[in-house]
Design a protein. Structure first.
Length: 310
């Protein structure tokens, strides 16, 4: 370990400070006098301080065994920098950390932020909606091999160069906002593929999870989360992935119609309110391995809105 002292932006549920304001919000960095390893981040997905999915890694355990912050020094944490994003929208994005850069997403913006100074690495990438967005919620980003991936409220998938912010894919319309379809969940990417599903099941869309070629953006397959039944079954959160087996694990949300106690849903709920395991590396289509339906008759919009943990 190097004895060099540097200002370290801590990211985790416990230590990232997000301050909300009526005219925007701040991301603040905190620091204390801690030793650190100054080596460049490599491509090992198990590296301790690398956070390359919304939930840190493919397992979504969100566990970090770093030892720089301890009960003895946590009281010395103090703010060293902040960045005001100045967007009048709620901030519900998880952060990515690759090297010394943080990545965050809002409804209209994608940001690369220096983790020690809070300065922008490149100008904010602005999304100009081609159609009225079907959702204002944006959970976050995906990362693979120097590329940042995200969906939009008007149903497009986007890939950006992580170092420059340059757009890498052509304009790809993958969901129809005129039918209330949009991307809200944080994508996950592995083995040359990007996985993301659509919302909003509350208003009657038929949910589906899609795979895209990470290089070209071409859609490789689409998995019907209701298995042909009725509607509902959107994807609000992110995903887990087993690189060895090629399985993607996804949490599917509520059926449609929502808050419907009197209606006889029967088998028409498909696989809503379920955790599903999908054999995701097969082309041209995905295969359902298994599912577990936690709420067979969801009358309260309970959803399954948390990423499965492996």
């Amino acid at each position: 370990m190097s004895s060099r002292v540097f200002r370290w932006l801590v990211i985790s549920l416990a230590t990232t400070v997000l301050c909300f304001f009526s005219r925007g919000f701040l991301i603040r960095a905190q620091t204390t006098s801690l030793g650190a390893d100054d080596e460049q981040v490599n491509q090992n997905v198990h590296e301790r301080d690398r956070w390359f999915t919304m939930n840190k890694d493919y397992s979504s355990q969100r566990y970090v065994d770093l030892d720089q912050i301890t009960p003895r020094n946590v009281g010395r944490l103090k703010e060293v920098c902040e960045i005001r994003l100045n967007e009048p929208v709620m901030f519900s994005s998880g952060l990515l950390k690759v090297g010394r850069t943080l990545y965050a997403a809002t409804l209209r913006g994608t940001y690369a932020i220096d983790a020690t100074t809070c300065e922008l690495r490149w100008p904010r990438h602005v999304i100009n909606f081609e159609q009225f967005p079907a959702t204002v919620t944006q959970r976050g980003l995906g990362y693979l091999n120097g590329r940042i991936f995200r969906g939009t409220g008007d149903g497009r998938m986007i890939a950006l160069d992580a170092k420059t912010g340059e757009s890498l894919w052509p304009d790809l319309q993958s969901a129809d906002p005129m039918h209330s379809e949009a991307f809200s969940s944080a994508p996950i990417a592995a083995k040359g593929k990007v996985f993301a599903g659509i919302v909003t099941g509350d208003v009657g869309i038929a949910g589906r999870l899609m795979a895209f070629d990470a290089r070209t953006g071409a859609q490789l397959w689409s998995f019907d989360s209701t298995l042909g039944h009725n509607a509902g079954g959107g994807f609000w959160t992110s995903y887990s992935l087993d690189p060895k087996t090629g399985e993607v694990f996804a949490a599917i949300a509520n059926p449609y119609p929502d808050f419907d106690r009197d209606g006889d849903k029967g088998d028409d709920t498909g696989k809503t309110d379920s955790v599903v395991s999908i054999n995701a590396m097969n082309i041209p289509k995905a295969e359902l391995n298994w599912f577990y339906q936690a709420v067979p008759r969801d009358e309260h919009d309970w959803d399954l809105a948390t990423t499965p943990t492996l």
